[in-house]
Design a protein around this ligand. Structure first.
Ligand code: HEC
Ligand code: HEC
Length: 461
């Protein structure tokens, strides 16, 4: 379909949109300054250099507008109205958030509540005969096993939920598997695995219920991950920091919530086509100015095979590596094979990256330091990670109503998931998309993209 793109060269439109429309009036009513010119159609996709620069000032305004919108769209009493099994809406770099983007404190009480709700939800839908056939008993006896203190009970219950998930239908698995992994990770932070291993009651339960080791205990570090990535044509990054990482400048966007601006780093292997991006988020001040690192994710993607690998600043013992002089050893930090967080809940689409056009993340621009880089692989990307990591889609989008435009005119839209909806699609529609003109908003009735946003909204939880 021809791409309706007017004001193609009008970079000022976006700035005007934010200055006039968004920053002052906190509402993001779509304004269509380009409509006057709506007869003009552009057949070819814009190239990276055609996109307007998204200045830091405008990014910060957009973040303020996003915060205001989120405040407006908050659901009061969310946790009372939602099953605890569904409380986790987003997991982001080690933290859990509900759909209001309020952090969930993973204390013993909260974990027990979420875990029990998860068990009940799955148990209600399970076939008792099948459970009996496979496990030789009623799994609720395992879940409510007696003679255990709270931490030991939390641990054993991981196995009981795993047992139910194993037999659940695909829809339930899709909905709860990733949440179960996160609950598992948080439990792992509270308990001492050694105590669990030597607890005689737990030993008996493991034998009686034939609990496989990996249903309960943490995944071992996969020493083969880096080699596996290399074999698949993925560039392997140097450790961080390293002079081969090139700073791309500052990014003020953070779709998950307002944090201080961050610095973007890129790495290109002279012999392996593709690119790596590292995003050191600090509590304040950029990394190069001595800011203290709290989060540091790395993604590398092959340009030829479309395979992508993931790393996070967590050591083999599960401790986050933070501070002003972090050193990440790529061979030993947690990676796609053993991270509890499912990076692909958000990182999906044609390429593994989530790029806000016109910002420091937009490495395809000819002005990108050391670039331009090739962020778009010749084959749709596939993650190298655990069995449940995937890049579903692309979505078959409906035909827009007459006169409307298509969100997939310039890029595909990946299939939806809780994290992808809440912290990628919706905030994009509210701040960055479409890139020319004002953001369309979400929901967006009566707008130029009403059909597509309505369709996506309908597919989002
Ligand atoms: C809840 C959604 C979400 C999850 C889960 C998530 N990310 Fe991200 N990530 C984002 C968004 C959105 C951006 C773009 C910058 C921004 O707005 O925060 C991003 C940016 C990045 C970047 C910079 C390159 C790029 O794609 O823009 C890296 C590197 C990264 N994430 C690594 C990771 C790793 C590693 C994991 C898994 C441990 C992960 N992310 C999980 C949402 C997510
Ligand atoms: C004029 C072309 C164009 C149109 C139309 C467009 N996009 Fe984009 N969009 C881009 C480009 C370019 C990127 C950066 C993609 C990349 O390099 O990976 C992007 C990135 C995104 C991203 C990920 C990063 C970010 O900034 O959030 C999302 C989500 C997205 N678009 C959603 C949408 C939606 C929803 C619509 C419809 C309202 C839309 N796009 C319309 C060009 C477009």
């Amino acid at each position: 379909m021809p791409l309706k793109l007017t004001n193609f060269i009008g970079y000022s439109v976006l700035a005007a949109g934010f200055a006039a429309g968004h920053a002052s009036a906190a509402s993001l009513d779509p304004m269509h300054p380009w409509l006057a010119d709506s007869e003009k159609r552009v057949e070819d996709k814009p190239s990276p250099d055609d996109y307007p620069e998204f200045t830091l000032k405008d990014q910060m305004r957009a973040m303020d507008a996003l915060a205001a919108l989120r405040k407006q769209q908050r659901l009061d009493g969310l946790r009372k109205k939602t099953r605890p099994a569904d409380w986790i809406a987003i997991a982001f770099h080690g933290e859990l958030y509900d759909a209001n983007l309020d952090r969930i404190e993973p204390d013993t009480e909260t974990l027990m509540t979420m875990q029990e709700s998860l068990f009940r939800t799955l148990y209600e839908q399970a076939d008792p005969d099948k459970l009996y056939e496979v496990y030789g008993g009623d799994v609720s006896e395992l879940f409510y096993a007696k003679g255990l203190d709270r931490h030991a009970a939390l641990a054993v219950r991981i196995a009981a939920v795993s047992a139910l998930l194993e037999l659940a239908d695909e829809k339930l698995r899709h909905r709860y598997d990733w949440r179960h992994r996160l609950i598992r990770r948080e439990i792992g932070r509270l308990i001492k695995w050694h105590d669990i291993e030597i607890n005689p009651t737990i030993r008996d339960l493991i034998v009686r219920w034939r609990i496989p080791h990996d249903w309960l205990f943490p995944l071992p570090v996969d020493n083969q991950y880096v080699q596996h990535c290399r074999d698949q044509g993925v560039p392997i990054p140097p450790d961080f920091p390293d002079s081969r990482w090139t700073s791309q400048g500052t990014l003020a966007f953070s779709f998950i919530g307002q944090v201080s601006p961050t610095e973007v780093f890129a790495y290109e292997d002279p012999h392996v086509p593709g690119v790596c991006i590292a995003l050191p988020r600090t509590g304040g001040g950029s990394y190069s100015d001595g800011g203290s690192v709290s989060l540091l994710g790395i993604i590398c993607q092959s340009e030829t095979t479309g395979k992508a690998c993931f790393w996070d600043n967590i050591d083999a013992d599960g401790q986050r590596i933070t501070g002003t002089d972090v050193h990440l050893d790529i061979d030993t930090i947690k990676n796609g094979s053993n991270l509890a967080e499912t990076c692909t809940n958000c990182h999906r689409g044609k390429n593994a990256f989530l790029i806000h056009p016109g910002t420091a993340l937009d490495l395809g621009r000819s002005g990108a330091p050391g670039g331009p880089y090739d962020t778009d692989p010749s084959v749709r990307y596939t993650p190298i990670g655990q069995a449940h990591w995937s890049n579903p889609g692309p979505l078959a989008m409906p035909t827009p109503a007459a006169g409307e435009s298509a969100c997939d005119a310039c890029h595909e839209i990946a299939d939806t998931a809780s994290g992808y909806c809440n912290s990628v699609l919706r905030p994009a529609a509210q701040t960055t998309m479409p890139p020319f003109g004002s953001p369309v908003g979400w929901p967006a009735p009566g707008s130029d993209y009403a059909t597509h946003i309505g369709f996506l909204d309908g597919r989002c939880p």
